[in-house]
Design a protein around this ligand. Sequence first.
Ligand SMILES: [Ca+2]
Ligand SMILES: [Ca+2]
Ligand SMILES: [Ca+2]
Length: 468
Amino acid sequence: MARRWLRAGAALGGGLSLLWLPASALLISHIEFDLALPRGAVDTLAFFVLNNESDPLEIQISLADWDRDILGENRFYPPGTLPRSAAPWLSVSPLRFDLEPNKQQEVRFSIKVPSDIVGTYWAAIMVEAAPKQPQPQPPGTTVIVRRRFAVKVLETPPGTGTKDGRITLIDVRGLNPPNYFIEFENRGTIHAPRVVGRIELRDEKGALIEKLDVESFPVLPGAKRLLKVTSARKRGDLLPPGKYLVLAILDYEGETLAGGQFILRIKPLQLVPIGTAPAPPQDLDGDGLYEDITADGKLTLDDPALLGLNIDKPAVQENARAFDFDNDGDADFDDVIALKKMAEEGRTGMRPSGLATLDRELPSHLDDLELLAHHLLELAPGAEARHGLGGDHDPLLGLRVDAHGALARAGLKGPKARNSHRLPVADRLGDGAKHRVHGLFGRLLAQARLLGYQLRQLRLVHGRYPPC
Ligand SMILES: [Ca+2]
Ligand SMILES: [Ca+2]
Ligand SMILES: [Ca+2]
């Protein structure tokens, strides 16, 4: 019997804090049922729970709703609370049982698919295990280790629902090496279990600098996912100041591909003395990070102190990449702390991390150029031939057309360019609270609301072009 036993915790990601001893495990035969039953169908399915521990376990089974937050972590809710909950259609048996070591128990569930649903509905069967006898603990403490695992059930009646996906944000935060941030939204009614794709960085002439694969990730209907993909470039291998195009293409197994592009500008540094320093800060080891704030030729605790005093000053903020020691795209007190740590550890560039100032301003003529570029792109497939022309007139135009050519060479038809997609600011305002994002991602999203105009959406369709 070719049943696959999967370690249950592995399917959960970081959604739950799981406490278990490394040497012991509860094993579950299926962690996900991705069903395609016809509307109105009734079916019964089963999975097995195996006690791989040395003590008896008490197992409780329950239903829950779940989704994923914007970082892909699982969240669980009472059953029947999400709009697309399948929990009301599920019944599970048994709901409680004891499991001796090395014994297994079949858990059966029936699903009754309503006759009028469209698209994917989902729920989870929660398997919760606790020691049958609480473990002896030191006096005064009682610790009951409970472990909860989710068996996900998704149901999509064949022939119903729509697949639609968009890239709703592209950004670069940190440049040494570059960190690319891509946000994808599933705007369809069918879940996208395997979204894959790639990110390209191209220079002003359209030449490919870097291509990165985006590893497969799932997105539920109506959900967004924010990805961070870090460049393979080595620290200290800096991108020279200039204009760059970041192109992201995601395949969500729909009729179209989701595409987006982002123009990255890296301004030259214009370093001036910081605070009381007699000279501009120095990069002691040539990695693009200017750790010697006091310009005395060495890294000491005076350097983070002076940086901290002047962190908000133009001398720092207008050259943020020189002081972005934590490579998150800004110069702030986190960088002061990082520099202090470097000084304490007596190192200059163990984490070389020069970060270009991201120039957020678009030249006023850019919109016109983009419209022209879109027009050119719609002249597929001969648009590549215009590359020379476009490149002669404006690098951005060249980039766009070259990107088109690259797509064609990659066997992708397109791009069927849409008009500039301006993210409505009001539309996005609730996201931070809704997704409870923190730290870098939260700041990124906050900024993205102001930067949405920089993202241009491309609608790309699968297809084949003759080789270029
Ligand atoms: Ca340095
Ligand atoms: Ca110094
Ligand atoms: Ca920083």
